[in-house]
Write a protein that binds this ligand. Structure first.
Ligand code: AMP
Ligand code: ZN
Length: 137
């Protein structure tokens, strides 16, 4: 599976990319179809399908890299903000089944709608809360 994976191939250099940063654990590249100017992806070198398969070391490290690269993008591109996004599963919009984290620079008035507001009821919120709290405890 991992030898067919496009992000494994990008991570090991088999497929070329616009690399912003690389070390022994991750490669950071520019997204080919950017949601905004400077949209970047953090790709761990070790294959894991999603957040739930990712090892603890990489999980923690990816956020450190997001902070460092996010700050550099903000400064160099004069971005007004940064969204950090990460999709798990097809239903969540994941199209490449190798964990990656999106770093999306935002510009005032860019109109991107990444998190549209929805609706709920107090009863529904309570039901969800009770189920998840029971699972976590
Ligand atoms: P997701 O929908 O969260 O799985 O994100 C996959 C992202 O990978 C999308 O934003 C694509 O534009 C991007 N992508 C796919 N193939 C490549 C590639 N070869 N180089 C750079 N970005 C890519
Ligand atoms: Zn992979």
């Amino acid at each position: 599976m991992a030898d067919m994976c496009i992000f494994c191939k990008i991570a090991n250099g088999e497929i070329p990319s616009n690399c912003l940063y690389e070390d022994e654990l991750v490669k950071v590249i520019l997204d080919l179809s950017p949601a905004s100017k400077g949209h970047a992806l953090i790709i761990p070198k070790r294959h894991a399908k999603d957040l739930f398969e990712l090892d603890e070391e990489t999980k923690a490290y990816v956020l450190q890299v997001a902070s460092k690269v996010g700050a550099a993008l903000k400064k160099t591109l004069n971005a007004d903000g940064i969204n950090i996004m990460q999709n798990n599963g097809e239903a969540a919009g994941q199209t490449v089944m190798h964990f990656h984290m999106h770093i999306i620079p935002r510009y005032k008035g860019d109109g991107l709608q990444l998190f549209p507001s929805g609706e709920s009821t107090p009863e529904e919120l309570k039901e969800i809360r009770d189920k998840v709290v029971a699972e976590l405890n």
